[in-house]
Design a protein around this ligand. Structure first.
Ligand SMILES: *Cc1c(COP(=O)(O)O)cnc(C)c1O
Length: 371
């Protein structure tokens, strides 16, 4: 049985998908290594030590890429967060609180929940920018006191694409003696990023979100200070790390991450251009009366829009709130969630400018046809 992907050659502006598009090399590798457990051909017990294919060398390169002391491969950003929370909590059972930003991804909350921890939020500034005030971390952390196990900052968040000053938050956490994890699902693999520069203790990344990989695969970067706690070995099975259940991304997802890595390392150098393009796109959308929410000026390709016009149209047309999705599909544009009109997000990442012009024309046409 073969299932064709309907949107394969559409213009894709789905924020979940623009950074995870495979390179040609990754597409080839997908076929070559698709069999189950193919990665284990020459494994001697540890994923990160496999030399054929060269996972060991890849892990060294990841360490440079993230500018950190240690790296583990995971099945995604969320598994990285859970591993950190679980490992830290085991060491400090008396600490049971995770302080997160108000724009945190749901998987941060679930990771904490699964690790038996409570969550306290540093609220955002609300409509229209939903900013995270870095100084508020100090306030909340001081208030929470000794029971705080970990602070998490979403960098940037997956709703508005707001990019807070991570270094500022890290410094506050350092002063107060709280380890800090940066959730870089939407940044690592898109923009240059140094864990040391940002003064973080942990960084999690997502291969399928931002590193041109099929996934599920992710990276957990950490500093030496936490290496022992994170990589604790099993009492029962020699050489196997407990927090990673002995092995994580064991198969073709990892191979696609490896195959795309040269491309990813190169593309982060052109991040400024992507931001510029996103700002231009925002400007053009606003000319149509579709307003960007979140930080202004915007610093990321993930963009959240508000449109009263499209919402009003949806209330009187036959297909109701699905009209926008259907109209875009007709024009071979994929990525805005079915049913959304008033608020929706999209991403311009690596979408060619001429395709974005077509998207803008589509919005203009839809608005004028239905007005
Ligand atoms: C997509 C996303 C995640 C989830 O990443 P996985 O690798 O699928 O676990 C986590 N955080 C943010 C901010 C995201 O946008």
């Amino acid at each position: 049985m073969f299932f064709k992907r309907q949107v394969r050659d559409f213009i894709n502006i789905d924020p979940l998908q623009t950074g995870g598009k495979l390179t040609e090399d990754a597409r080839k590798v997908l076929l070559e290594w698709g069999d189950g457990y193919s990665i284990c051909d020459y494994c001697t017990g540890k994923l990160e030590s496999i030399s054929k294919p060269p996972v060991n060398r890849f892990v060294d390169e990841l360490r440079d890429f993230f500018d950190c002391d240690g790296v583990r491969l995971t099945t995604g950003a969320r598994e990285g967060k859970f591993a950190v929370m679980h490992a830290l909590h085991r060491e400090n059972p008396e600490k049971s609180l995770v302080v997160v930003d108000g724009n945190a991804h749901y998987s941060t909350l679930l990771a904490a929940e699964r690790a038996g921890l409570e969550v306290l939020k540093v609220e955002n500034s609300g409509y229209p920018e939903y900013r995270i005030d870095e100084e508020k971390y100090r306030e909340i952390l001081e208030e929470a006191g000794e029971k705080t196990l970990l602070a998490v900052l979403t960098y940037p968040d997956g709703n508005y694409g707001n990019l807070p000053d991570a270094k500022k938050v890290s410094k506050i956490c350092r002063e107060l003696g709280v380890p800090i994890l940066l959730n870089c699902a939407y940044s690592a693999g898109r923009m240059p990023l140094s864990m040391k520069e940002l003064k973080a203790d942990f960084v999690v990344a997502s291969g399928h979100k931002s590193m041109a990989s099929s996934g599920p695969v992710g990276v957990l970067a950490f500093s030496d200070e936490f290496s022992k706690v994170l990589t604790r070995e099993s009492r029962y099975k020699k050489g196997k790390e407990v927090e990673f259940l002995g092995c994580t991304a064991r198969g073709v997802p990892l191979l696609t991450l490896m195959a795309s890595f040269d491309h990813v390392r190169e593309r982060v150098k052109y991040w400024d251009r992507e931001v510029e393009k996103a700002r231009w796109f925002i400007e053009e959308m606003e000319k149509l009366g579709i307003v960007q929410l979140g930080e202004k000026p915007h610093n990321h390709d993930l963009i959240f829009f508000e449109s009263e016009k499209l919402y009003q149209i949806s209330k009187r047309v036959k297909r109701g709130r699905y009209f926008l999705y259907k109209e875009l599909k007709k024009r071979r544009i994929h990525g805005i969630k079915p049913g959304l009109t008033k608020h929706f997000k999209l991403s311009t990442y690596l979408v060619p400018e001429e395709d974005l012009v077509r998207v803008l024309e589509a919005f203009e046409e839809i608005i004028s046809n239905f007005s």
